[in-house]
Write a protein that binds this ligand. Structure first.
Ligand SMILES: [Zn+2]
Length: 351
């Protein structure tokens, strides 16, 4: 079995929602459930050894648009969020992450050495990520607090506008070039992340935002959960030009399991075959090389192929890649080593 370190999950959101309805988020993760995609028992079965776990502030007004007769759709961007309620929610999600760590249910990792030792101890290696920085002030207040709490990765924007920049809508077919990029505060945030050693994630960014980060950052370019626009032309996927820029800096793109981002028709449809996932991996490997492709499931955040089902089915993708001709050394890179390399660089670890 290939241990997988995965670039994006929303398990904290699911556990937070569980706690809001009176449940115990720690027990839910430790004991397991049939809801959603990730908990400790299912992660163990599927060799999901760890990943980036998002602090994400849900948008109450997000309703995915039904496709028209030609299969096209364009969900409007969610409304911007107010800062203080976002900060309160972000604190609650971070709190669950820390309590999971204290309980030994998972380990919050701040270095690649910690990730490797959690994996070898069989404990889920979690890296705290922030998906859209509505909880952080335009003067970057609260950034250092979240850093002290373990935050080691962030995407300045989710698919909505905020003080740092602009996100792309969920739309098919659509170019990612949907508007402006970073604001002045956004550029400051990127510089602060470079200084502190926080990975900057380009998933959900407009194409302009992508280039704004590219010209500012000293890190490899990373889109934690995105696919190839040439195969599935949704605004969330990356164009060939963007993939080429990722390759130049030896960054990476994590394969998103969301069916809307895998299927040629961009539809939400759980019957999507594993071959659609393999096709995106093949395309990105061809374009960028084996060092720049990884996994970014979006477990607990999207409709994924039913053949995978949840974290327990994660090795089915690995098996499909093996059948497609990837050898063990290549699979090790896709499954974890590429992620560990770019995280080590963003975190200023000696090579
Ligand atoms: Zn996302």
């Amino acid at each position: 079995m290939q241990a997988v370190f995965d670039g994006h999950n929303d398990v904290l959101l699911r556990l937070w929602q569980h706690s809001r309805s009176g449940g115990d988020p720690i027990a839910e993760f430790v004991e397991g459930t049939d809801k959603g995609h990730i908990d400790a028992p299912r992660a163990r079965i599927g060799g999901l050894a760890g990943g980036l776990s998002a602090i994400y502030i849900p948008s109450g007004d997000l309703v995915l648009k039904t496709p028209d007769e030609s299969g096209h759709y364009a969900t409007p961007l969610s409304a911007p969020l107010d800062r203080l309620p976002s900060l309160a929610t972000a604190m609650e999600l971070a709190d669950i992450a820390i309590r999971l760590d204290s309980a030994g249910a998972w380990r919050l990792c701040r270095s690649t050495a910690e990730i490797r030792s959690a994996i070898s101890d069989g404990v889920f290696a979690s890296v705290l990520h922030m998906e859209g920085c509505e909880a952080i002030g335009p003067d970057l207040s609260a950034l250092e607090t979240f850093y002290a709490a373990g935050l080691r990765s962030l995407g300045p924007v989710w698919s909505r506008h905020n003080v740092f920049g602009h996100g792309v809508p969920f739309a098919y077919p659509m170019s990612p070039d949907t508007g402006p990029g970073l604001t002045e505060a956004g550029f400051e945030l990127v510089r602060a992340c470079n200084r502190l050693g926080i990975l900057i994630d380009l998933a959900h960014s407009t194409e302009q935002g992508f280039w704004d980060v590219a010209k500012t950052t000293d890190q490899p370019l990373v889109a934690s959960h995105s696919n190839a626009h040439a195969l599935t032309p949704v605004a969330r996927n990356l164009t060939d030009r963007q993939l080429d820029a990722v390759r130049e800096g030896r960054g990476l793109v994590g394969l998103n399991y969301a069916t809307t981002m895998l299927r040629p028709d961009g539809q939400e449809n759980a019957t999507t075959p594993l071959s659609d996932m393999v096709r995106h991996v093949d395309y990105m490997v061809e374009r960028m090389g084996i060092d720049c492709v990884a996994l970014g499931s979006d477990f607990d955040g999207a409709t994924i192929p039913e053949e995978i089902g949840d974290a327990a089915g994660n090795q089915k993708l690995v098996a499909a890649l093996k059948d497609a001709g990837y050898g063990d050394a290549e699979l090790a890179k896709i499954c974890r080593e590429n992620w560990l390399r770019v995280l080590g660089q963003a975190w200023h670890e000696a090579a």
